[in-house]
Design a protein around this ligand. Sequence first.
Ligand code: EZ4
Ligand code: CO
Length: 455
Amino acid sequence: MPPKAHPTNRRGFLRIAGAATLAQPSVANRAARGSPSLTGPTPGLPSLKITDVHVIVTCPDRNYVLVKILTSEPGLYGVGDATLNGRELAVATTLEKHLAPLLIGRDPEAVEDTWQYLYRGPYWRGGPVQMTALAGVDLALWDIKGKRAGMPVYQLLGGRTRNGALCYTHASGSDLTEVEDAARRAIERGFKCVRAQVAIPGLEGTYGTARRKTSEEVAGRVPQQADLPQTELFEPGPYLRTVPKLFAHLRSALGEDVELLHDVHEKLLPVEAARLAKELEPYHLFFLEDPLRPEYKGSFRLIRQHSTTPIAMGELFNTLWDCVDLIKEQLIDFIRCDLGHIGGITNARKVAALAEAFQVRTAWHGPGDIAPPTHAANVHVDISIPNFGVQEMVFFPDVAREVMPGGPEFRDGYMMVSEAPGLGTDVNEELAKKYPYKRAYLPTARRQDGSVQDW
Ligand code: EZ4
Ligand code: CO
């Protein structure tokens, strides 16, 4: 994968864009030219054009895709994250081959217009690959806008509504005591909220906890191979019997003060999820995450009818419109989109505003397989909206922080963004080249009879 995009007809686009500025053509003329920008620079500032788009694929510890958008102002650029775990190269190709030619020559200040143009423009809209590519562009443009204004992005979004973003970390283990120990370590570190996952007895591997095997290895056909998907085993019976025991244990060991969360990872059927939410009620979860597959939103009604356990959903959603029904029917309490997979800040702030109207709070996805610019974007939005709930976070390893410096910092249970203009994150392109892409997949899951199970 070459690190840079070199659109073959880049000069052509620059020429067209330049002509458009000089001649002020009619809307119809501009529309005929492929990549028109709305005219008119910000008064008092020189006009700005996108001059190049670098797509950086790097694997400091795991694979990341970064987008660096350069402008006609020397030294002014923005950095976004376009990482989609397991499909990184599809997003990189979309950016290099399809989006970069549309961006070069455009006004980087027109963030909303560019979003609309790239979302609705291709006709084939949506889906995780395109929406992740769009998020990368969107974040880079917000970064540029902040740098140009001399302000951190949260100021552009309306300014502070809170001092920091309350956050949670993951505690997991192979048995109840191991999870308890991990939770205690997190609490000692300052966390007020902890997500707890435990291995399910009798099953090889459990989401968020243990070593996994490939499906071939599970079937006894081949030894484990590192660059093919690992397979977890899942059975709803043992899972549904174990999870309430975990939270009974944690509540009696840790008391009521710590907020506890659990991620179902879309594994259950509606009636199973309703049972789990009901049985977890005595342990007062902060939320039960992603209980159902994302396809049919109406299933969430069944959970609601049976339980007051707060429900969070959304890391697999790709647009604002995926969120509408769950929010307006108040079938969830937390909307937890991934800003890196729903087209960035531009779409997320609308999700947040929609949620505000229905007393739903945000809990943006914040795992290790999205890069620091998305984590920074999460926190810029978190601290500038009224209906923020909680923020998932990770500590990046040093090597990742060297390649992608400047992410939000953890302080006593909260995430803080830097006061630097823009998102406050960057990419070291030279260093990134030292860590080339390595093929990797997310795990898959199977039932004990060998059939496919949602991971
Ligand atoms: O499994 O980001 O809440 N966090 C999560 C994550 C997801 C990964 C998938 O790529 O569910 O850990
Ligand atoms: Co999750």
